[in-house]
Design a binder for this molecule. Structure first.
Ligand code: PAF
Length: 278
């Protein structure tokens, strides 16, 4: 496993890789969710590249950039047994040098949900992912379903900008009690960690209502809200029952839909979702 930092080294190493190249972009502090993406990439590609970069431009001014967990040594220890070919750890200075002024913006699909709550977030994500794509030039790139809107935005960007890259979205990896794995889970105190299971319980309750025949989207949203409100440590930012592709809120669920939510547990903002299949 080679570890490189500069763009120049990255380009040099990229030339040596056998195609198809699979790419897993991450912000580090890896967990089983990331590792499942790497394993999938290993199964499907001849070479695998992982990037580790806490991208400052996708954090809002009030967000957790400074305290976002980082532990490169631990990340490399976790990646080594998976036989990753190349790990790229770019620097902020090289990704965003002084005078930097070029941005990638995706429109409609970035507006609702996370886009509405985190202004500028997706502009930061699409800009860095497109810069990473340009350097890594993968044939496939792997993202988690946990960040459902991010996956939809990247799919849209890849189509719109004609990147010859297949976007592979892999299932959310959960703890035994249902909590979706996330690097931000480390912020939770033991009591909050227990309370955080309410997100998955709320999603499952709405999914069960759907399976029992409920198709009214507002009633499905109400089921989620009711479960969330039963948890005193939870502060709901949004609950959504939206079209899977456009992410527009639905009145009636007819095709593939996304149940999703953002909830503060104490000071930690968590997101989660479940897909409803027609
Ligand atoms: O999902 C993430 O970890 C980040 O948003 C990504 C895709 C690595 C871009 O910084």
């Amino acid at each position: 496993m080679k570890v490189v930092t500069s763009l120049q080294e990255m380009f040099a190493e990229r030339r040596m890789l056998t195609e198809p190249v699979g790419f897993v972009p991450t912000m580090g502090y890896l967990h089983e969710g990331h590792l499942s993406l790497v394993r999938r990439a290993k199964q499907e590609c001849r070479s695998v590249v992982v990037s580790i970069f806490v991208n400052p431009t996708q954090f809002g001014p009030q967000e957790d950039l400074a305290r976002y967990p980082r532990d490169l040594e631990r990340d490399l220890r976790l990646l080594a047994p998976l036989e990753v070919d190349l790990v790229w750890t770019p620097t902020v200075d090289e990704m965003y040098p002084p005078g930097y002024q070029t941005w990638v913006t995706v429109e409609e699909v970035t507006r609702p949900l996370e886009g509405a709550m985190r202004p500028g977030h997706f502009r930061g994500v699409t800009t860095i992912v497109s810069k990473l794509f340009n350097a890594v030039q993968p044939q496939r790139a792997y993202f988690g379903q946990k960040d459902a809107q991010q996956a939809a935005v990247i799919r849209q960007m890849t189509r719109d900008l004609n990147y010859p890259i297949e976007i592979v979205v892999c299932p959310t990896v959960r703890e035994a009690d249902g909590l979706a794995m996330s690097s931000r889970n480390v912020y939770l105190s033991p009591t909050e960690r227990q309370a955080a299971t309410v997100l998955y319980r709320a999603l499952r309750a709405a999914e069960q209502a759907y399976q029992a025949g409920e198709r009214n989207a507002e009633r499905l949203r109400a089921v989620m809200r009711q479960v969330l409100e039963s948890e005193p440590l939870a502060r709901v930012q949004y609950v959504s029952c939206a079209d899977f592709d456009t992410l527009q809120e639905l009145d009636e669920v007819r095709g593939k839909a996304l149940l999703s939510m953002a909830v503060f547990i104490g000071n930690t903002r968590l997101i989660d979702n479940i897909v409803l299949e027609p």
